[in-house]
Design a protein around this ligand. Structure first.
Ligand SMILES: NC(=O)c1ccc[n+]([C@@H]2O[C@H](COP(=O)([O-])OP(=O)(O)OC[C@H]3O[C@@H](n4cnc5c(N)ncnc54)[C@H](O)[C@@H]3O)[C@@H](O)[C@H]2O)c1
Length: 274
């Protein structure tokens, strides 16, 4: 008889503990909400003094433990203290990490400055690298395995239509390769590391970039994916829950594109860029 394990319980995250960085708003907040909905406890680390939604309200809504810890992932001491406080709040055990803290700029390559480049790499790459290192150390000490879902981007694979994001592209390429390297190195310890690669997602990040473009250009860009709309933050949650959960127990070093099909092509004939 084939191995017929039930699939529904495999998605359950109850009694598991997670750290989400950049969860004060946007994609990180949507993922925090989703993890709590699936029963997980979450410590949210973000540079903002207050999250957009009271993180504690998720505790009462879903019967999970949630805490918010102001943390700047570009500062070594802040990152380490944030992680320690998170671990303490979660009772000293960690099952997964979703490092979402990230920034982007849309500017011609020849105008991007030393400072802008550094800031993007410090948050998107170094912050992710060392948060993943702390998580890995903890999971190795526990000996219980774990799952990390790093946030890459379609920008790690292609130049997004309508954008000029060389420093951001470089940072997300680094995140994608970091995840693959960690997946291979940590696999013997049952620590899985995967990525999602979102396309155009409705968030503050794209709102800022969209504000720089004419309305007509913006509207055309969001029609570029074959599914012809901007992704919502909730479009990303199912894939991340899957990757965190036991349903993905034999999946590591994978990347899930969530782009409305943009990674395969754009709708010909509808879009004309400058
Ligand atoms: N929005 C998109 O279209 C899109 C597409 C692909 C990938 N992504 C990635 O998704 C992630 C989340 O982006 P978003 O769209 O939700 O953006 P967002 O700007 O809404 O959220 C980013 C969060 O990161 C936090 N942050 C910034 N600097 C920080 C620091 N130094 N320390 C700690 N926290 C810090 C911010 O306070 C904010 O809460 C990013 O890694 C981004 O690159 C976004």
């Amino acid at each position: 008889m084939a191995d017929l394990q039930e699939v529904r319980p495999a998605f359950e995250l109850r009694n598991r503990n997670y750290i989400v960085t950049g969860g004060a708003q946007g994609i990180g907040l949507a993922l925090t909400h989703a993890i709590c909905e699936m029963g997980g406890n979450v410590a949210v680390l973000d540079i903002q003094s207050e999250p957009a939604v009271a993180i504690q309200s998720l505790s009462s809504k879903f019967g999970t433990k949630t805490v918010y810890i102001q943390t700047d992932v570009t500062q070594q001491s802040s990152l380490q203290t944030g992680f320690s406080k998170a671990l303490e709040a979660l009772g000293g055990r960690l099952d997964g990490l979703v490092p979402c803290a990230g920034i982007a700029i849309d500017k011609p390559f020849v105008e991007q400055t030393w400072e802008e480049f550094n800031k993007i790499q410090e948050i998107n790459v170094r912050g992710t690298f060392f948060m993943a290192q702390l998580a890995a150390k903890q999971m190795l000490a526990q000996g219980s395995g774990g799952s990390m879902v790093l946030i890459a981007s379609q920008s790690a694979h292609i130049g997004l239509p309508g954008y000029r994001m060389a420093a951001y592209n470089a940072s997300k390429g680094a995140v994608l390769m970091l995840a693959r390297a960690l997946a291979v190195e940590l696999a013997p310890h049952a620590i899985r590391v995967n990525t999602i690669s979102p396309g155009f997602v409705d968030s503050e990040m794209t709102r800022i970039v969209r504000a720089l473009k004419t309305q007509q250009q913006g509207a055309q860009m969001w029609l570029a994916p074959p599914l012809q709309r901007l992704s919502t933050q909730s479009d990303l949650t199912g894939a991340v829950i899957y990757l965190l959960s036991d349903a993905a127990r034999h999946t590591t070093a994978a990347d899930i594109p969530i782009t409305g099909g943009l990674h395969a092509g754009t709708i010909d004939g509808l879009i004309h860029y400058e």
